[in-house]
Design a binder for this molecule. Structure first.
Ligand code: PHE
Length: 452
């Protein structure tokens, strides 16, 4: 059994609270905004299959490992990794893993907040009836107008970042736990309503075909990397978010069961979002590969034409905002926890510092959609570059290191103690974490580099 000293930052009030928070972290823009558009860009079914495979064979074992390391270390990821490296008597430079995660979280939040800002802008568009009776061209124009306006985007990005920091300041139990309890189930219900609408849209079969009939000729090395990276992104893995949440987990909770629930809920939300969106894309003769604007250019069409569309539209974007919020707080938590532990400042100050820095980078991301859109590195604008760097490279690399540490560096007796699995379950996890997960990530990296 783990030692029961709680983390200095507090502890979840129950297993259920942890599940909610971790599910809140996992379910976010990644599921509803990103999954559909990258599926559209990468040809559909085959991409979805690779993604699902990555969730099962790489994501789940690594999530178990990450929660376990967090609970054993009981500090910010940087200090947790240093403590555990000392315990395992291995190189203290394993602490760098925590650093990379903290930086990745910071870079992700910079653009995540901008996209969350878009969904806030859409709450108001829905509220003021802007979707009524629109057609595809008008909805596209509405989105393009938002993209062309740095002022509007910066405004919403600022509001979102300010709210995130408020929530993070209050710490673990205040507010956060309570909010997630209602929001997650509500999000689920509204997605089901959207799926029902999509079923009636006339192109349901075509949408399902696109999502679930794999055509492997469409898949490139980069698509495989994107699918794998997305498995990490959507499960919040590889950067310490789940690790830091694990560090607030009481000692007696079953990590494996909890992981299955989180991964299951996360996958269900992504698939439901896809099932709701692609029939609309086809029914309205829209492009599947439009990119980050996909949900903003399809869902308003549904809300503008269905009965009760006003209410569902407002509700949907409010829920999307909350889903983003419960993820964004976990993106910055590793940095805040570390600042409190090592820089001897309080939570408030830690939030203001890290939040302000992140906000600044976010402003640059806003410009990458308009005034700086011509400025490209490796043929990518700043938003695309940050997304590629974090989701496709840093998170899988972080996950690879977590797998190697949990499977090869730490004493397996300790892992066994923490996980308290039946013998066969433990062996299965060990096999996946020692061989399958690291090898898979490594091979995909080699493949992308063109070595394989
Ligand atoms: N999982 C979140 C989403 O799908 C994003 C996220 C990534 C959150 C990494 C925390 C850490 O939207």
């Amino acid at each position: 059994m783990t030692d029961k000293t709680p983390s200095i930052h507090g502890e979840w009030s129950s297993r259920f609270a942890f599940i909610l928070a971790a599910t809140g972290s996992a379910v976010g823009l990644g599921n509803i905004w990103k999954f559909p558009y990258i599926t559209g860009q990468n040809g559909g079914g085959a991409f979805v299959m690779v993604y699902l495979l990555c969730v099962a064979a790489i994501g789940i074992p690594i999530m178990i490992a990450e929660i376990m390391l967090g609970r054993r270390g009981r500090q910010s990821p940087i200090n947790t990794m240093q403590t555990l490296a000392a315990e395992a008597q291995v190189d203290p430079r394993w602490g760098y893993l925590g650093w990379m995660g903290m930086i990745a979280g910071f870079l992700i939040l910079a653009y995540y907040s901008v996209i969350a800002g878009w969904s806030m802008a859409y709450i108001f568009k829905a509220f003021f009836g802007s979707f009524f009776g629109t057609d595809g061209a008008e909805v596209k124009q509405m989105f393009d107008n938002l993209m062309a306006s740095p002022i509007q985007q910066i405004f919403w990005h600022t509001v979102f970042m300010a709210i995130t920091m408020q929530v993070v300041m209050r710490g673990i139990k205040g507010g956060l736990e309570k909010a997630v309890r209602f929001l997650m189930p509500a999000l689920f219900v509204i997605l089901i309503i959207l799926v029902a609408y999509a079923m009636a849209s006339g192109s349901y079969a075509q949408g399902i075909h696109f999502l679930f009939s794999p055509d492997f000729s469409k898949i490139t090395a980069d698509a495989v990397l994107t699918a794998m990276g997305h498995a990490f992104f959507t499960l919040s893995l590889g950067m310490g978010a789940i690790m830091v949440y694990g560090s607030y987990l009481p000692g007696h909770v079953s990590i494996a069961k909890t992981t299955f629930f989180i991964a299951g809920a996360d996958t269900a939300v992504a698939l439901l979002a896809g099932i709701a969106i692609f029939p609309l894309v086809f029914a309205n003769n829209l492009e599947v590969a439009v990119g980050p604007g996909l949900i903003f250019q399809t869902l308003p069409l549904a809300f503008g034409h269905m009965s009760g569309g006003w209410l569902f539209g407002v509700l949907f974007f409010v829920l999307l905002f909350f889903a983003a919020l419960t993820s964004s707080i976990s993106l910055i938590e590793p940095a805040v926890a570390w600042l409190v532990e090592n820089k001897n400042i309080d939570r408030q100050k830690a939030c203001v510092w890290s939040g302000t820095a992140c906000w600044g980078l976010g402003v640059a991301v806003v410009f990458s959609f308009n005034v700086w859109s011509g400025f490209k590195i490796f043929d990518k604008n700043l938003f695309e570059l940050l997304d590629y760097l974090t989701a496709n490279l840093m998170l899988p690399l972080g996950g690879l290191c977590i797998a190697v540490f949990a499977g090869w560096m730490m004493k397996q007796a300790h892992a066994e103690q923490e996980l308290e699995l039946p013998a066969q379950g433990f062996q299965a996890w060990q096999f996946l974490i020692k061989y399958v997960a690291p090898a898979a990530v490594f091979l995909v990296f080699l493949h992308v580099l063109g070595v394989l």
